[in-house]
Design a protein around this ligand. Sequence first.
Ligand SMILES: [Zn+2]
Length: 359
Amino acid sequence: MGQDRGLESDGWTVHGDGTVLERRKIGPTVPRNRRRGRPFAVQSFRNAMSRVANRALLLLLVVPLIWTTTSCGQGAEPRPGLDAAEREVLMKDLFWLADDARNGRRAGSDDAAAVREWLVGRFAEAGYEARVMPFDLGNGIPGGNVMVAIPGKGGGEDVIVVTAHYDHVGVRNGAIYNGADDNASGTAALLALAAELAVSPPSHDVLLVALDAEEWGLLGAEAFVREPPVPLERIVLNVNMDMLGRSDAGELYAAGPGRYPELKGPLETVAARAPVRLLFGHDDPSHGRDDWTHQSDQGAFHAAGIPFVYFGVEDHEDYHRPTDDADRINPEFFAGAVETVLLAFDALDRLEFSPRVKG
Ligand SMILES: [Zn+2]
């Protein structure tokens, strides 16, 4: 496909054990003033960063050495899993989102607006100032994505965007479609990642985005890509979560590396120590409906040439039925899936990405 440009042609360097890709084409000489003219929310944390610009510049010089050392040596310790309190919060968030009182979180509804307000509050509890990014669902119906910007400690240009859609399909024929797995689970996971990153800040700049109107055809993701809060060229990766809450087989998929093979090595390392079975696939364009590339929000990023990893489970008997309820979530699998995504995010955040577009 013509739009399948991406990391393949950018030439990452995979390190010995496959966990590290080295920066080849950008370095400390990238002019810092390329950052000018960015929208306020993201610029504000950049202004804070400029106070330590010299230190950041130093870091850029030193960090590749450190990574070379750690990847060839004993390696970074895997982060601990979620503790009992964190698991409880995870389930509590999921139950809130999938409660009958949310009326199925239909895009454009007052219920969706209430969810946005709740998300802003939950992000605030983790120490973030979230921003609602409104967009038109059509005919003036209001939609909105909820975004948090987290400055990376690496001081680089690259941005990782982590997404999960919070909307579901609402009420049909009097039945509430609670969408517990689809996608209260991913939304709760996004909040868990936010809490994690508040404690251990990422290397890359990160945008966490709870997306609206996935169920209407990826509208929230498309709105985000159409009017990105940072230049699209800076976005090197989309990590999308949609349906993490249950799997009779105990299997979670990481789709995307089939199209962006450089992502596979680090994810294989994660799979080897993940608490759930992490499988690859569902990203081969010759497999028709079995190719999930365009079936959730990562499709909008992929269409813009942005590499992605999509985390999700196979469809199950309650998929898009009013029975996709919170009490059918498997708490053990769900926590394990979230821990796996946290491990994967950590591994992906350690990568050095080449710029997708040369200036
Ligand atoms: Zn979904």
